[in-house]
Design a protein around this ligand. Sequence first.
Ligand SMILES: Nc1nc2c(c(=O)[nH]1)N[C@H]1C(S)=C(S)[C@@H](COP(=O)(O)OP(=O)(O)OC[C@H]3O[C@@H](n4cnc5c(=O)[nH]c(N)nc54)[C@H](O)[C@@H]3O)O[C@H]1N2
Ligand SMILES: Nc1nc2c(c(=O)[nH]1)N[C@H]1C(S)=C(S)[C@@H](COP(=O)(O)OP(=O)(O)OC[C@H]3O[C@@H](n4cnc5c(=O)[nH]c(N)nc54)[C@H](O)[C@@H]3O)O[C@H]1N2
Ligand SMILES: [Mo]
Length: 775
Amino acid sequence: MSETDTHFVPHSSHWGSFRVRAVDEDTIEVRPHELDTEPSPIIQNAVDSVRHRARIDRPYVRRGWLEGTPREGDARRGVDEYVPLEWTEAERLLSAEVRRVYDEHGPTGVFGGSYGWSSAGRFHHAQSQVHRFLNSVGGYVRSVTTYSLGAGMVIVPRVAGDKYNVIYGGSTWTDLITSGELMLCFGGISTKNAAVNPGGPTSHIARQSVRDLGAAGVDLVNVSPIRSDLDDAPSQWVPVRPGTDVALMLGLAFELIRVGRVDREFLASHTTGYEKFEPYVLGTTDGVAKTAEWAAEICDIPAETIVALAGEIAQKKTFICVAPSLQRAEHGEQPIWMGITLAAMLGGIGLPGEGFGIGLGSMGYFGNQPNLYKSPSLPQGVNACDDFIPVARIADMLLNPGTEYDFNGERKTYPDIKLVYWAGGNPFHHHQDLFRLHDAFQRPDTVVVHDAFWTSTAKHADFVFPATMTLERVDIASAANEPNMIAMKPALAPFAEAKDDYDIFAALAGHLGVEDVFTEGRTSAEWVEHLYGLWRERLHAAGQDCPSFDEFWEHGSAEVPLEREPLSWLHEFRADPVANPLDTPSGRLEIFSDTIASFGYDDCAGHSTWMEPEEWLGGELADSYPLALISNQPAGRLHSQLDMGSASQVTKSKGRELLTIHPDDAARRILVDGDTVRVSSPRESSFLATVRVSDVVRDGVVQVATGAWFDPDFAERTCRHGNPNAVTMDRGTSKLGQGCIGQLCLVEVERIDGPVPDSHPHVPPRGASREAARK
Ligand SMILES: Nc1nc2c(c(=O)[nH]1)N[C@H]1C(S)=C(S)[C@@H](COP(=O)(O)OP(=O)(O)OC[C@H]3O[C@@H](n4cnc5c(=O)[nH]c(N)nc54)[C@H](O)[C@@H]3O)O[C@H]1N2
Ligand SMILES: Nc1nc2c(c(=O)[nH]1)N[C@H]1C(S)=C(S)[C@@H](COP(=O)(O)OP(=O)(O)OC[C@H]3O[C@@H](n4cnc5c(=O)[nH]c(N)nc54)[C@H](O)[C@@H]3O)O[C@H]1N2
Ligand SMILES: [Mo]
């Protein structure tokens, strides 16, 4: 099963299953998988990437590290040259350094959070591999929550209990199509995002589901600064100012109270604290009534529209959906809490087609029926270290060891990190204010990165180890809420000297005397079969039939049992809140949370609150930076992955990411399609982009997708390629959630006249081979 195949073999990625064939030893051909009814064009990115010159061909060490230049404060990470190493020498050098750091500093000196999506296989999942390795050696400082839902993952358990129910169980497409009447979608239903499901989707049903909603006569309301965030079916567009949705929801809440359409019975039986919230809406506590006129001023939506919308949601069965993007912003906890509060005031929570949900259209799994059994996964072992950071506080941690900070009711202290180990993530794509991250990455003694490509993160590492791509190894793809598991068969031999992360870690574990703990005596092929076997046992224990591994492998896919019952968030709680309480202190939905109030935070009160962000169109900074930048997910790729591929490249122009700007804002700056612009921020940093003038964005708003590979000019503090994180803010959502606020910030845009620097993001650094790959 390890040999490559000249026929089309099944394979998978986070953006869909496909079939792949080796045309010759360096070239592949990809076609959609027959199980997929609406395949994503992103599958084509593999073709140009698999032998791209940005592949890492062998192990490298950074010259400055090798020469032992002062490691602390060494400002050469990110610009230094690299020295090729033989595998054995690389393993020897790194394992000695790992040993030194553990001996001198223990596991609190090692950061192994290693956030990132990696690739789709269940066994080779790089983050699981690095965690298992570091646990075998002695433990590590981990990270909690995600860049996706940092604020959401903290606020939801506090106010609604079990986050699984809210995040994965909001509602299903089927329920909404059958029973829904009106969907109020904050951030739209951007189905280009549903192309993706971590672990490997086998079908793409989101677009068709939205078309079906339209055909079923469900009213769709797209509350978003971008019209195309809901365009698979006709919808009403409410072009809200970025970052102001809470004010809009409060305006709606005021109207519901004014016209007497609040479901007070539901509030009395299923929630707690409404009596402390209503005076805030009415303005008795702070002297400001949150009327439609008040909201109109903040959101830049006419008061009549808000009044009319309140009338509609009061009349019809309403489902309120909040995209995760809204909580990747200052005070990101609030839109989720306020969305739950508004849905509770309407009283439909727990009924089919009504209530509240997060993220429909944002990811393949939302809206699908859940799996009955957990997907196969690699056990990560036990972490001997209990220290952690909220994931998006990485630069704060590296820059401020020993400093105290707040998180979710705890007072914590940043550890003093000496060794950073990253595999399967790209912080120089995903983190905010990348020039600050560049400074932070100078601090540790040693940075280790495994990747298949010379990403900007790899170019900030001391040790760079070449990982194989999924196309070069055997694995299983399986995602949440997906009806199939795919046998991922290799199409090509490993590139140059690349190795599987597993084999790299196994060799290092050997040098460190823990090989047996890490490998348990299995080869990677044996592990794949073993993990499948564990999944099969789960099914057998429940009396379900399941093919043997050999049958699965031969067939290329296996059916995954899904929940059959229609789901509706909290239907059991709704039916009997006493017998089925929520996992909150009161057992109910907490419209006021005594726990959160007891933390005494100045940026998160006891109930959801409108707080002015620092960077928004209504604030003072907008005088100098008058445009709100939205950096949302890219249509042509997953984050930064395979950016050199054709599906990603067609979304760019003149070698840079596209910046969409409204015709009025473009006219004011004398900009036309194809102009090169500098997008600058209050952080005295900027990125370059190519202009696209379009009224899909509201005025005052510009949009650029995330994920263009960071191509920094450190002297100019600019990214030549168009990575928005060159300018975003590196702060937590609040002391409660400490989530990432990458989605929104203020910028100014100006045309660059005269010579413009070229961007060459996908090239190896100095000292690394640029010849080995054929393309
Ligand atoms: N401004 C702004 N920034 C954002 C966001 C935003 O909305 N706005 N969104 C955020 C969100 S939601 C997320 S989830 C993050 C995503 O951030 P990441 O998950 O870090 O982004 P990816 O590009 O998926 O990075 C995965 C890396 O793993 C590598 N890789 C793939 N397979 C393997 C493997 O088998 N082994 C090894 N060793 N490496 C492998 C890939 O080449 C790639 O470099 O970005 C966040 N950043
Ligand atoms: N093709 C593709 N799909 C992806 C990904 C990818 O990289 N590529 N990444 C995946 C990941 S990791 C995640 S977490 C999800 C993220 O899913 P989301 O967070 O839903 O995705 P985004 O595209 O960042 O944002 C959706 C829309 O929210 C709108 N928006 C932004 N700010 C505001 C605001 O203040 N108010 C309102 N009302 N709307 C606002 C924007 O117009 C934006 O287009 O996407 C996943 N899907
Ligand atoms: Mo994400």
